[in-house]
Design a protein around this ligand. Structure first.
Ligand SMILES: [Zn+2]
Length: 396
């Protein structure tokens, strides 16, 4: 019987696909039926009997389709568990090596991308500089990254079956003339150029989705990315809240009193991002004699015991906490997860968030809510994008 580890197939390589805008078509045997088997196997390996129950097919039909899918290398028999115990019936799983998905996250200055197995495990990753402050066509950067990734020997010519990327929010589209303003076109252009299903998602949403793996038992949580912009991915009852035009989670544009009605690029006044984002922090800590131009300088100040820097981070956290109070009351999440470099300099930022939300939300919520920080929100974004890409492959 063919096992996952022994499966070897030769497939059209992605670099050829990208250069030639080759449209990859599934083999004849990989159609609707195969997708149904994949969906049934995605959550856990299953026996033939369990597959028959999940699909409604007869055991003979299941056996025939499994044979076809195993011959193509899409499905394999599961290995025994780590204790070496056998199972009464053979279990089958999607072959994680059968294909790869492309997962990427755009930051303001960096595109992080990976080719991942069907179980979401990144095989190879790549980081490319971008500059969303200026008008830059992001599509060539993305295609070049995909070509580099696919040329990596670890990918071994695996077929790419879907992709997804997270990028700055749609609010950002409307207030900048930068490269990301092309994202609606990008969402249309990428599937046509690559010949694969491709989803463009708000980056905070992609990161929030990726964090499901870190917090598998938490159903309702809010991830907040604190960087050049501030955005949140809100997960309620296990599902991401997108709202109209994907605008849910734009917490950086919630007005708060301490922003003093300053005008914001979104067109409103007094948005929390004006006093909480990385630029605001650097401005606050700069003096004519000692300008602070990057977050590394902030980190060094905090590490040196600079009380002013620690207090600035704490107050930035408090401002975010004020903005989150209404959201928390509406959603009643179990957990707030903070990501972004500013949240990593000790616990000053998270302390500021925590002290405001624990005093300003309902005691029934504040007594239970936790505030956590995620060390690598880009990795979470890649994971979330990989999961979205597999969703695309399996038909959503
Ligand atoms: Zn605003």
């Amino acid at each position: 019987m063919q096992k996952c580890v022994k499966t070897e197939h030769h497939y059209v390589s992605i670099d050829i696909m990208v250069r030639m805008t080759y449209r990859w078509d599934m083999p004849q045997s990989i159609g609707k039926n195969a997708i149904e088997v994949f969906r049934a196997l995605r959550s856990a390996p299953k026996s033939r009997l369990e597959l028959a129950s999940a699909t409604g097919w007869s055991r003979n039909t299941v056996a025939k389709r499994l044979d076809e899918l195993m011959a193509e290398g899409w499905v394999c028999e599961s290995e025994p568990d780590s204790a070496g115990r056998g199972r009464p019936y053979a279990q089958y799983q999607m072959n994680p090596k059968a294909a790869v998905v492309y997962a990427a996250v755009f930051g303001w200055h960096q595109l992080t991308g990976a080719l991942c197995r069907l179980d979401g495990t990144p095989l190879v990753t790549d980081e490319s500089p971008v500059n969303l402050d200026e008008t830059q066509d992001v599509l060539p950067v993305l295609l070049a990254q995909l070509e580099r990734l696919s040329a990596n020997p670890l990918v071994d010519g695996s077929r790419i079956v879907a992709g997804a990327l997270g990028g700055p929010s749609s609010v950002a589209n409307r207030i900048t003339t930068g490269a990301w303003a092309q994202s609606p076109q990008l969402a249309l252009e990428l599937p046509a150029r690559l010949g694969i299903p491709f989803q463009v998602e708000n980056d905070a949403n992609a990161m929030a989705l990726g964090l499901r793996r870190t917090y598998p038992h938490v159903d309702s949580y809010i991830f907040v990315k604190v960087a050049t912009g501030i955005g949140a991915g809100i997960v309620a009852g296990g599902r991401i809240l997108r709202g109209v035009d994907g605008l849910a989670g734009e917490v950086g544009h919630i007005p708060i009193p301490r922003a003093n009605s300053q005008p914001c690029g979104c067109g409103n006044r007094g948005c929390v991002s004006l006093v909480t984002n990385s630029q605001a922090l650097m401005r606050r800590l700069s003096t004519p004699e000692a300008p602070v131009n990057n977050l590394e300088q902030v980190r060094r100040l905090v590490l040196s015991g600079d009380g002013n820097a620690a207090m600035a981070l704490r107050e930035a956290g408090q401002a975010l906490g004020e903005a989150l109070v209404g959201v928390i009351t509406a959603v009643a999440p179990e957990l707030i997860i903070l990501g972004g470099r500013m949240t990593q300099f000790g616990d000053h930022f998270s302390t500021g968030v925590r002290e405001v939300i624990t005093t300003m939300t309902l005691p029934a919520i504040s007594s239970r809510i936790r505030v956590d920080t995620v060390p690598d929100h880009h990795a979470a974004g890649i994971q979330g994008a990989a999961d979205l890409a597999v969703d695309q492959f399996l038909g959503g």
